[in-house]
Design a protein around this ligand. Structure first.
Ligand code: BMA
Length: 312
C-alpha cells in the first residue's frame, strides 16, 4: 500500500472539549504558530449558544497542548468590531509579519461574515487592527512577508454566479486592500468541484509558495471537506505554478467522519520545521483538533508531478 503523503499523528485527536477548562462544545479549525520556541494554538470553540469564541493552548512539541484557563478572543462589544462580530469569531489564521503575530478571523454578525485583522506580540493581549473585507468573505490568509513592496493575502469571496474560488488581494498598510483577482477555481466533477478556499498561510519553499487549501465535494449525504495543495510563484503569488490534482487528506478517522458536521477535515495552520517537514493541523468534523506531518518537498512534488488546471 502507498504511504499517505500526510501522516496522521498517532495521538489524534490532539485537543477536544474535554481538555478545555471552561465550557465549550467543540475545539476545531485552529491556527498554530511557533512562539519563543514553543507552539501556540488559537482554536475555535462553539458555545452552547451555537456561537463561537477563540481560545489558546500551549505546547512544547506541537502535539500535546494544554489549554489556558480563559478564552483569548470573544466578540468585541465596542464600536465597529462590536457591530460586526456580534455573532462570533471563527476560523483564525496567524502569520508572523515583521514585528507581530497577525490574526485573520471570520467575524459574524447580522450583516454577514467578513474578515477581521487583529495582532498580538505576546499572546497575552490582543489588539483589533481593522475589518479588512466587506461582507461575504471567509478563509483569509496572509503571506509571511511583503512581496514587491506589498502585503499579500489569499481569500475566498462568496459568489452566486461562479463556484467559490481563491482570490489574491494586495495592500500597502495591511488595512486597505485592493487589486484583487481570482487565481484558482474548482474543477467540475473533481474532489474540489463545489468550492475551494485558502487553508493555512502559505509556506516559502525554493520552488514557490506552498499553499494548503480546502476543497468541497457535494454528495447525496451533504458535502465532504478535504485538503489539497497548490504552488504560487515566489515573486508573483498571483501566478499559480501548479495545483495538485489529488487531495492530500480526506476524512478517515472516526472523529473526522462523525461530529458536529460530519466528513470534514479543515485546516487553518501548517508549521514548517527546520528538518524539512511540516506539521499540519486540521479540525475533525468541526468537533476536535487533529495533527499530522508531511515532507515539504514531497508536497511540492505532489503539485508539480500531476497538476490540474488552476482555473478549473
Ligand atoms: C465551512 C466553514 C468551516 C467549517 C466547514 C465545515 O463553510 O464554516 O468553518 O469547518 O464549513 O462545516
Amino acid at each position: 500500500m502507498n504511504e499517505p503523503i500526510v501522516k496522521r499523528y498517532k495521538g489524534n485527536p490532539i485537543l477536544t472539549k474535554e481538555d478545555i477548562p471552561y465550557k465549550v462544545e467543540t475545539v476545531h479549525n485552529a491556527a498554530v504558530v511557533k512562539y519563543e520556541g514553543k507552539y501556540i494554538m488559537l482554536f475555535r470553540s462553539h458555545l452552547d449558544t451555537g456561537r463561537c469564541i477563540l481560545g489558546l493552548a500551549d505546547s512544547d512539541d506541537g502535539f500535546n497542548f494544554a489549554a489556558r484557563p480563559a478564552p483569548f478572543m470573544t466578540p468585541s462589544s465596542d464600536g465597529v468590531f462590536g457591530e460586526y462580530e456580534a455573532y462570533g469569531v471563527e476560523d483564525p489564521r496567524i502569520t508572523f509579519l515583521e514585528d507581530a503575530y497577525y490574526i485573520t478571523y471570520s467575524a459574524y454578525s447580522k450583516h454577514g461574515v467578513r474578515i477581521g485583522l487583529a495582532k498580538t506580540t505576546d499572546f497575552q493581549s490582543v489588539e483589533r487592527v481593522a475589518l479588512i473585507t466587506q461582507a461575504d468573505y471567509r478563509n483569509t490568509v496572509l503571506f509571511p512577508e511583503k512581496i514587491n513592496g506589498r502585503y499579500v493575502r489569499l481569500d475566498r469571496p462568496h459568489s452566486d454566479i461562479s463556484p467559490w474560488a481563491v482570490w489574491v488581494t494586495f495592500s500597502e498598510d495591511l488595512k486597505y486592500w485592493g487589486d484583487s483577482r481570482v487565481i484558482m477555481k474548482p474543477v467540475t466533477y473533481h474532489w474540489d468541484e463545489m468550492k475551494i478556499g485558502p487553508g493555512a498561510p502559505p509556506i516559502r519553499t525554493d520552488k514557490g509558495w506552498l499553499s494548503i487549501y480546502h476543497g468541497v465535494y457535494p454528495t447525496m449525504d451533504s458535502s465532504v471537506y478535504r485538503l489539497g495543495v497548490a504552488l504560487h510563484k515566489l515573486d508573483a503569488p498571483e501566478e499559480i505554478i501548479a495545483v495538485g490534482d489529488r487531495w492530500i487528506l480526506t476524512p478517515e478517522d472516526p472523529w473526522e467522519l462523525t461530529g458536529y458536521v460530519h466528513n470534514v477535515v479543515f485546516s487553518c495552520a501548517a508549521v514548517p520545521e527546520p528538518d524539512g517537514t511540516v506539521k499540519i493541523y486540521w479540525g475533525g468534523a468541526d468537533t476536535v483538533m487533529c495533527a499530522g506531518t508531511a515532507v515539504i518537498d514531497e508536497l511540492v512534488d505532489f503539485c508539480l508531478e500531476s497538476p490540474r488546471d488552476p482555473m478549473g
